[in-house]
Design a protein around this ligand. Structure first.
Ligand code: FES
Ligand code: MG
Length: 589
């Protein structure tokens, strides 16, 4: 046993090796022997490392973690630890009804209980599909036990008729072509499925690849982890290295609070802008920070991230997919570019135990097709714009996906102002029922608004704000309109919507007061969205408003709705944010 080990007793020894309580020690140990473990192993003083397993048959994006866990276990054993794999609540983005977002906080809770209640000294977090990454990081933050992320990696690049076909992004394209009558049912299905080539998560810079990149930028995975495609041999090698490193992290007592500092979160926002990250990242990162006890707000995305340029040429903001992002250098190369431009705090510590500057000295040479030099970006000022106004406190808009066509059509004057009238939908069902109705009067001055889609309203907050215009307008060449809503949109969407409007309509946010035909002004320069109706009229509508009757379909929906906050503050279970660093404060370490 070396000096560092002597300084503190392993937490797991309170279960497996407590000389003062042989009765309980025997009870804790005996059941772990029943599959062949020995008392010698459990009482060896070796760190016991959990592997939080997010993969299963109903979570295909993360399913290969079942196989990767074997390489993690080998790494843990090779470094002198003992692995114990356990499941956490599965979350699959596209398969869960009403929405996977409802389950992020449930998986978070389940992970907190396991990490707090079982004899674990550290944990490997297997991440991938959208919500699995924030759920795992939130749980590790609350418990503050040594933790290391192992990303699952993106699927191999997809192709459709000779062109790259990226997860999600191809769906939006295919839906438009279906609506325009250019595809039949079979070819529509084939086109959508063409992006799902292999094991792995979405291969676009959607929420999955974005959040795994953010985990690496935070310093919570080994350098280079996020972008390795799931099917590459390097993924298995990274799994082994991750298993080895977590054992060392336990010995060094290197914990999430040492890594996920305010400076690390600031670095992560900068990285998010440069990669063209998903619009789901602001609420997830704010949630992780809150559970870590770090002050971070949605407004920080504006102050820290809005002026950062887009450096990575990946869909939906650019051209390429996960394989090219990986071969082009991945997160480390982008961070090196940002660090050289003076945009990062390079003194922060990462999971390697070294500083970011030391890690970045090993960054791969970037392939300039995919990762641009800081001085020659794909777009300048490419981060999220954070908006507010007389109908909401905060909303985000992903500027990196505003294309020249959209800018010319809707923001032609130098003030970046759009004025039009709102067309209001009560939710996705209402939108689908009425969008083709000619009496709605949708035209190029319309803003499509969707409400009742926030955390409480939906519940969970739905990815529905990127509504497409009626088929007749698409056929006439108008394939996008400004949209706004209290829900979210898929990170794979290239729609410059006004998203995550907080507070949401269901809790009395201003969106609840809108009526179809109301005039609205969106000013991207001043970051204001204002409803242009008299204040007295607003007051009268507010006085007449009654909260919607919420229909809970499961017990969790009711519990979730009673505790969840708004997207602008991370959509957290509010009581849970008060439990910080629980191993230490509860005398468990
Ligand atoms: Fe799971 Fe995209 S749906 S990663
Ligand atoms: Mg999604």
């Amino acid at each position: 046993m070396d000096q560092t080990q002597k300084k503190f007793r392993l937490r797991s020894q309170r279960w497996f090796d407590d000389p003062e309580d042989p009765g309980m020690t025997a009870l804790y140990i005996e059941r772990f022997l029943n599959f062949g473990m020995t008392r010698g192993e459990l009482q060896s003083g070796k760190p016991i490392i959990g592997i939080a397993q997010t993969g299963s048959d109903i979570a295909p994006c993360n399913r290969h973690h079942l196989a990767l866990a074997e390489r993690v276990k080998a790494g843990i054993r090779d470094a002198g630890g003992i692995p114990l794999e356990f499941p956490i609540h599965p979350i699959q983005e596209t398969g869960k009804r009403p929405t996977a977002a409802l389950d992020r906080n449930l998986a978070y809770l389940s992970l907190v209980e396991v990490l707090h209640g079982y004899p674990l000294d550290g944990v490997v977090l297997t991440t991938g599909c959208d919500k699995t990454t924030p759920a795992c990081l939130m749980g590790a933050a609350t418990v503050n036990i040594p933790a290391l992320v192992l990303s699952g990696g993106p699927m191999l690049d997809g192709h459709w008729k000779g062109k790259l076909s990226g997860s999600g992004t191809i769906v939006w394209e295919a839906r438009k072509r279906l609506a325009a009558g250019e595809l039949n049912y079979d070819s529509f299905m084939q086109m959508v499925a063409s992006s799902a080539t292999s094991i792995g998560h979405c291969n676009t810079m959607g929420t999955a690849l974005s959040m795994n990149s953010l985990a690496e930028a935070l310093g919570m995975s080994l350098p280079g982890c996020a972008s390795i495609p799931a099917a590459y041999r390097e993924r298995g090698q990274m799994a082994h290295a991750t298993g080895m490193r977590i054992v060392e992290m336990v010995k060094e007592n290197l914990r999430p609070s040492d890594i996920m500092t305010r400076e690390a979160f600031e670095n992560t926002i900068v990285l998010a802008s440069a990669i063209g990250a998903s619009s789901n990242c602001p609420p997830h990162l704010v949630a992780i920070a809150r559970h870590m006890g770090v002050e971070l707000t949605t407004e920080d995305w504006q102050t820290i991230g809005a002026d950062i340029p887009l450096l990575v040429d990946c869909q939906p903001a650019g051209r390429f997919l996960g394989e090219m992002f990986y071969r082009g250098g991945g997160v480390q190369s982008v961070m090196k570019e940002l660090a050289d431009a003076g945009k990062l705090h390079t003194g922060v510590r990462t999971a390697t135990g070294k500083t970011l500057a030391e890690d970045l000295a090993q960054a791969p040479e970037p392939d300039r097709q995919v990762i641009r030099p800081y001085a020659e970006p794909l777009k300048t000022h490419a981060g999220f714009v954070v908006l507010s106004g007389n109908i909401f406190d905060s909303a985000v808009m992903k500027v990196s996906v505003i294309d020249a066509e959209f800018r010319k059509r809707f923001l032609s004057n130098p003030e970046d102002v759009f004025e039009g009238k709102v067309i209001v939908f009560e939710g996705p069902e209402d939108y689908h029922d009425r969008i083709e109705d000619p009496d709605l009067g949708v035209d190029e001055r319309s803003v499509l608004v969707i409400r009742n889609c926030g955390p409480v309203g939906y519940p969970g907050s739905a990815e529905v704000v990127n509504m497409q215009p009626p088929g007749a307008l698409i056929k006439a060449g108008l394939d996008a309109l400004p949209t706004m809503g209290d829900g979210r949109q898929s990170g794979t969407s290239a729609s410059p919507s006004i998203l995550n409007v907080s507070p949401e309509a269901a809790v009395g946010g201003g969106l609840a007061l809108l009526k179809t035909g109301d005039p609205i002004r969106i000013n991207l320069k001043t970051r204001k969205v204002d409803l242009l109706i008299p204040a007295e009229e607003m007051e009268a509508r507010r006085a007449a408003w009654t909260p919607p009757k919420l229909q809970h379909k499961t017990p969790w929906e009711e519990i979730y709705r009673s505790m969840v906050g708004q997207l602008g503050t991370g959509g957290c279970l509010e009581p849970a944010t008060l439990y910080l660093n629980i191993l230490e404060t509860r005398g468990e370490s």
